[in-house]
Design a protein around this ligand. Sequence first.
Ligand SMILES: NC(=O)c1ccc[n+]([C@@H]2O[C@H](COP(=O)([O-])OP(=O)(O)OC[C@H]3O[C@@H](n4cnc5c(N)ncnc54)[C@H](O)[C@@H]3O)[C@@H](O)[C@H]2O)c1
Length: 261
Amino acid sequence: MDYDVKGDVAVLIGAARGIGFAAARQLVGEGGKVAIADIDAGAAEAAAARLADEGAAAIGVGCDITSTDSIADLLARVEAELGPPAILVNSAAVLDDKTFMDSAPEDWARMLDVCLSGPMNAIHAVLPGMCERGYGRIVCLASDAARVGQARLSYYAAAKAGVVALVKSVAQEVGRNGVTLNIVSPGATNTELRQEREAGLRASMGEEKYARREQTVLRMYPTRRLGEPDDIAGAILYLVSRRAGWVTGQVMSVNGGFVMP
Ligand SMILES: NC(=O)c1ccc[n+]([C@@H]2O[C@H](COP(=O)([O-])OP(=O)(O)OC[C@H]3O[C@@H](n4cnc5c(N)ncnc54)[C@H](O)[C@@H]3O)[C@@H](O)[C@H]2O)c1
């Protein structure tokens, strides 16, 4: 299938690694131009350089999604070097592995800042240009934890549920302007974010207990495997393409059948 994204400029925030980077790689494979933005500026530049070495139009830019100034600087650079963005992908996130009782207001504030205010900042910044040009595709990464809840991820799940409500609401406002917004909701996906969380669990549980837990987790997936970044990126690619012009305000779970809400 031709996704018809050739020449489209995509801004991917939180894309120096993981799912965001896999989406950037798939987009350039289809002829898109990508700006890889990440709070880790060095990693963003290195990730873009990898794609540019393979012949892609890619730039890497340091950007903190919690800062409106940082996003304005990012968009100014993108417009100057690649052109006006047709696509925005919000993939930035942080994760805390704590029960709600053990957490503190500072933990919630940081989480809400990155995972809820961050997408708000980015969407608010790109919308006027997209509406004026009559075309835009926005995808935010949420989580199935937002749909069914997850112990030890309460305020992460709450922030992601907020993003789902944001996307559905804004989708109703700007559909007439040719702009769509959708959510991709991954199940457990084998990225650095998950590996970092798992390393902590493994250390606290010990090898034997952790191995048993891994088997239990896998049995919860009808497909009997965890996700890979490319599994999720394929859904993102579809939703940011012209092929998905009549899909807006939707939540697409890509989760190996973990939950079927
Ligand atoms: N991996 C999973 O199992 C999983 C499951 C469900 C949902 N998700 C969601 O998918 C998205 C991508 O996850 P991933 O596993 O690829 O994560 P990841 O940690 O591998 O990548 C996230 C990137 O966001 C960047 N980032 C963090 N704070 C930032 C900020 N303030 N501004 C800009 N960039 C920032 C990080 O530096 C990192 O490069 C996230 O929104 C995550 O919540 C992941």
